[in-house]
Write a protein that binds this ligand. Structure first.
Ligand code: AMP
Length: 260
């Protein structure tokens, strides 16, 4: 059985944990590294995206990955970057990440559809770190009519010892920013610990306020229905929820989420 772990490189232990899950469940583990130009709504973010190919290859070898697929832009976009498909993602692509990164999930679907066509995996391993992306790709699998032959495994978020979610973008944080960055996970943890049935809007805004007060530029802090990402401000005490946050520290954008 072919298992597949798509990445954009600058690999860290979070990526390697996906390789590990894949190796345990599949007979062949394929990883791809491709920094997908069409999913970057901000060209500067694309240009500054870290690249550490030599060490990525060493890490994949030590982790026991069987095959690394390192496509060129032409291989993924044979018709050119402007010849693109349109995916019907509904309001999944306009809320949260979608609202702040217009076009991002269309770009994600472009690349993932093409990678799935080429690699033809039976299992796809994604990180919960990108919660909304997991939901978008689940939808893409249905749109591609592959739900019978491709199963999606969503793997837990690996964190640094202080709680910061591992991310390739963390490499771009300076010392002072790195210390502050942990606040994103702290406010999510605060929501998780303090949430009670009833009106939760005050708790959500105090989390956003803490981040702003620490010097973050907050895109959103939200508590949503874990199944469809509909925002929740009044909790019935039963619905499964997820708290999500995205915020910039200078020009580095951090995202994280926690199931409550
Ligand atoms: P990226 O290279 O950032 O596109 O991520 C490639 C895959 O690794 C995606 O499925 C991510 O959700 C997953 N991933 C990123 N960070 C983590 C993490 N800290 N823990 C687990 N998986 C992660």
């Amino acid at each position: 059985m072919v298992g597949f772990v798509p990445t954009m490189g600058a690999l860290h232990a979070g990526h390697l944990s996906l390789i590990d899950f894949c190796r345990k469940e599949c007979s062949l583990t394929v990883c791809s590294i491709f920094v997908n130009p069409t999913q970057f709504n901000d060209p500067a973010d694309f240009e500054k995206y870290p690249s550490t190919l030599e060490s990525d290859i060493d890490r994949l070898e030590s982790a026991g990955c069987d095959l690394l697929f390192l496509p060129s832009v032409h291989e993924i976009y044979p018709g050119g970057l402007n010849k693109i498909n349109k995916y019907e993602l509904g309001d999944l692509e306009t809320k949260l990440e979608g609202a702040f990164r217009p076009g991002h999930f269309q770009g994600v679907c472009q690349v993932v559809e093409r990678l799935l066509e080429i690699v033809q995996p039976a299992k796809l391993f994604l990180g919960q770190k990108d919660y909304q992306q997991c939901m978008v790709i689940a939808k893409l699998i249905v749109l591609m009519g592959k739900e019978e032959i491709l199963s999606l495994r969503i793997c837990p978020t690996l964190r640094e010892s202080d709680g910061l979610a591992m991310s390739s973008r963390n490499m771009r944080l300076n010392k002072e920013e790195r210390i502050k960055a942990v606040q994103v996970s702290r406010v999510l943890k605060m929501i998780k610990e303090q949430i009670k049935p009833g009106d939760i809007s005050g708790l959500i805004s105090s989390a956003a306020f803490i981040l702003a007060d620490e010097g973050f530029r907050v895109d959103y802090v939200s508590v949503a229905d874990a199944d469809n990402l509909e925002p929740v401000e009044e909790w019935d005490g039963r619905k499964k929820l997820v708290a999500l946050a995205a915020a910039f520290l200078n020009d580095v954008r951090l995202i994280d989420n926690m199931i409550l």
